[in-house]
Design a protein around this ligand. Structure first.
Ligand SMILES: NC(=O)c1ccc[n+]([C@@H]2O[C@H](COP(=O)([O-])OP(=O)(O)OC[C@H]3O[C@@H](n4cnc5c(N)ncnc54)[C@H](OP(=O)(O)O)[C@@H]3O)[C@@H](O)[C@H]2O)c1
Length: 331
């Protein structure tokens, strides 16, 4: 068994010629990562779920042993919005724990040089002081609606840190806020906030409805990040010396769900009313990240929110015209 005992500082000078495994490359962030790595001269190793089920330990270990990735962007996970998390908590915790154990331990066993793992801002306590710094992790109770998913992601962060402490592995985690962009999941039961509102606004417009409904009372605030910005940030973290094992990656400001819904209605061209269903959970009221640690590496987000939402809407329209992609969003 190879060890990743690494005496260097964790810097990756270049991706040129590197064998890089992007897990979950067919998803929203994974495909952004593949786009971002194009032109870097890397040898991308991409596996579909059918080829390597990340929940299957034997399959993951065998594939890693045979293919020997040098760098891993670990993105693949079971992902969903508040409804999916509330109804399938066992699936979320089990699948994500299995995937993380297999990929992170497999990376140690097969001698991966550096791994960057994507966690989520739901790992922070629901009443964490704002903006939330990395040291707020494990300082208070989590939002009950997404606790199973959050606990699995906390375990992934801890695995990166523990493998670094015990074996000297260069394994690092990043925490993004709500993501959006091309390839988002517009499934009515599995979507996140941006995709969910965008779909409902579009359907209301197409049906000529006077209103569409948004879950919660509209007051919770959310920080958004375009997936292309996160993919770029993950490359910064991969290249940087491993001085920290956790980085927040946010755009630096948040907006109320009601403001977001108005912007999306405008982008979609829906002219009616937006109604808030306060009987549905609000989720955590605010989770703005303190991203000064990654800013110190020189990373800045580049995608303008309104332009990013416009391009997300264009992508949604393309999905509606493609029967294969349409089937994936429950249409
Ligand atoms: N979306 C957000 O707002 C958000 C926010 C914070 C953090 N994150 C994190 O960012 C990462 C990517 O999220 P995303 O929104 O891009 O998710 P996504 O679009 O649902 O993509 C997830 C990918 O993981 C793959 N996957 C899941 N289980 C698998 C398994 N057992 N074997 C092989 N592949 C498997 C999926 O494969 P298939 O293509 O076969 O389904 C898919 O390609 C996740 O780690 C997520 O926790 C997302």
């Amino acid at each position: 068994m190879a060890s990743t005992q690494n005496q260097q500082d964790g810097t990756i000078a270049s991706f040129e010629g590197k064998r890089i495994w992007v897990t979950g490359h067919r998803g929203m962030l994974g495909s952004a990562m593949v786009r971002s790595l194009a032109g870097e001269g890397a040898e991308l190793l991409l596996t579909t779920r059918e080829e390597v089920d990340l929940c299957n330990q034997a399959a993951v270990y065998a594939w890693m042993e045979a293919n020997r990735p040098e760098l891993v962007f670990h993105i693949g996970a079971k992902v969903g919005g508040i409804h999916a998390n509330a109804t399938l908590p066992a699936d979320f915790v089990r699948e994500n724990l299995l995937i993380q154990c297999n990929v992170i331990d497999g990376a140690y066993r097969s001698g991966v040089q550096k791994l960057v793992f994507v966690a989520s801002n739901c790992t922070y306590p629901s009443l964490a002081p704002q903006p939330i710094a990395e040291d707020a992790l494990l300082t208070g109770p989590l939002d009950a609606n997404i606790r199973s998913y959050a606990v699995s992601k906390i375990a992934g962060i801890e695995m990166c840190s523990a493998y670094r402490r015990q074996y000297g592995c260069n394994f690092v985690a990043v925490i993004p806020p709500n993501l959006y962009g091309p390839g988002d999941n517009y499934h009515p039961q599995h979507s996140h906030v941006v995709a969910g509102i965008l779909r409902r606004a579009h359907e209301a417009k197409m049906q000529g409805a006077d209103e569409f409904v948004v879950w919660g009372d509209g007051t919770p605030r959310r920080e958004l990040l375009h997936v292309d910005d996160l993919a770029d940030a993950m490359k910064y973290v991969m290249r940087a010396p491993t001085t920290h094992d956790l980085y927040n990656v946010g755009c630096g400001h948040d907006l109320a769900i009601s403001e977001l819904a108005s912007i999306i209605a405008d982008v979609v061209g829906f002219k009616g009313r937006i109604v808030y269903d306060a009987s549905k959970p609000n989720g955590t009221m605010r989770k703005l990240l303190d991203s000064s640690r990654i800013r110190a590496l020189g990373w800045v987000p580049k995608v303008d929110e309104r332009l990013g939402l416009r391009s997300a809407y264009q992508d949604f329209m393309q999905i509606l015209e493609d029967p294969a992609r349409r089937a994936r969003i429950g249409d």
